[in-house]
Design a protein around this ligand. Structure first.
Ligand code: NAP
Length: 335
């Protein structure tokens, strides 16, 4: 065990897109587990777009911005290395909110064991983790996707978007994506099996959407907000369903609530449902039991955008929040 725990903290307020120098590393002694506590060595740290809103005090869990010198929250996968807890023993692998650091203590509340034999550990933060559960809730619970339907999703190469399309396909629907580069679109079509993908940097998006689905898409899962949401709503069929999941095009905005045109939702008589993944925590095992076999049978796939070492966390987060990641953003902390 190394003598110290390296922790990433906020060094300066973030103005717009995060930069690596918004963060700095501090070192603290590795904490000792007390009674009914255990110590976890993090193996993977999850970087997710909601962390940008949380740092800025614009997340649904809190209106308070992260204080300078405080550590951002994050889900982690780790190995228990010392335990005084009856239900967790050294060697167990666990998922919990360990934060942007190398070690954390847990009293077991909110910590669940994960099985490294069933799937690669990192997938419990991605395809089998919160992003996968989000996609499952969208397609199965909210949109109730049916065979033959057409499903459009933005940020289609990311962990949520890629799973939205793949779950839709497993249910017999056709998936269409919007993504930010030709390389991402090639992955979405060639490896994930989507019918088509529009590179929005290089296309007339409304015209392409109208061409792909002249009668309109049955379902739109929105990860982005802003103009892309308006364009996609316009491309929905009458009485189509829009799942409002993310607003990543607005997370770096310094002011809350910039408006956009919702008129197409009225014109399309759209059914719009907001999705908060926390509402589906009780379904996590059901979701994993459905999706893990698809993964081991090769029916679905995933892509990760990894960096190694806690010192690279801030820069990797900046990469995610400027749209440069290609796949689930992760920091690997232990070989
Ligand atoms: N409602 C919920 O409970 C819930 C749960 C999980 C996730 N989410 C949301 O779902 C969305 C996707 O999350 P994820 O974890 O799968 O992450 P992700 O897709 O890896 O998010 C990063 C991607 O978003 C796109 N992006 C970034 N900035 C953008 C901008 N200004 N305009 C348009 N696109 C931009 C980029 O892809 P392109 O290059 O393809 O544009 C980038 O690679 C996020 O909005 C997230 O907050 C919501």
């Amino acid at each position: 065990m190394s003598a110290s725990n390296r922790i990433v903290v906020l060094a300066a307020p973030i103005d717009g897109v995060p930069r690596a120098d918004n963060f700095r590393i501090v070192e603290r002694p590795v904490p000792e587990p007390g009674e009914r506590e255990f110590l976890v060595r993090h193996v993977y740290l999850s970087l997710d777009p909601y962390q940008r809103s949380a740092i800025g005090g614009m997340h649904l869990t809190s209106d308070a911005a992260l204080a300078i010198d405080a550590m951002p929250a994050a889900e982690t996968i780790g190995r228990v290395i010392a335990s005084h807890h009856p239900d967790f023993k050294a060697g167990d692998y666990v998922r919990h909110f360990g934060g942007w650091q190398e070690y954390s203590l847990s009293d077991g509340i909110g910590t669940v064991r994960v099985d490294p034999q069933r799937a690669p550990l990192s997938t419990y933060l991605g395809i089998l983790g919160m992003p996968g559960l989000t996609a499952w809730a969208s397609m199965i619970k909210l949109a109730e996707v049916q065979p033959g339907q057409s499903v459009l999703v933005s940020a289609a190469s990311g962990p949520v978007g890629s799973m939205v399309g793949q779950i839709a396909r497993q249910r017999g629907a056709r998936a269409f994506g919007i993504a930010g580069s030709a390389e991402k679109c090639a992955f979405v079509v060639d490896e994930l099996g989507f019918e088509r993908c529009i590179n929005y940097h290089d296309a007339d998006v409304p015209a392409e959407l109208a061409r792909l689905a002249p009668d309109g898409f049955d379902i739109y899962h929105d990860n982005v907000g802003g103009q892309m949401l308006t364009d996609a709503l316009r491309a929905l069929r009458l009485y189509g369903t829009a799942i409002l999941c993310g607003l990543i095009s607005q997370y770096n905005d310094t002011e809350k609530g910039r408006g956009f045109d919702l008129a197409p939702a009225i014109i399309r008589r759209a059914v719009m449902k907001g999705l908060v993944v926390y509402d589906y925590e009780d379904f996590r095992q059901e979701f994993i039991d459905l999706v893990a076999p698809w993964l081991s049978e090769g029916k679905i796939t995933y892509r990760e955008d990894r960096v190694s070492g806690i010192v690279n966390t801030g820069a990797h987060f900046a990469r995610l929040m400027s749209g440069q990641n290609f796949g689930k953003a992760l920091v690997a902390l232990e070989d």
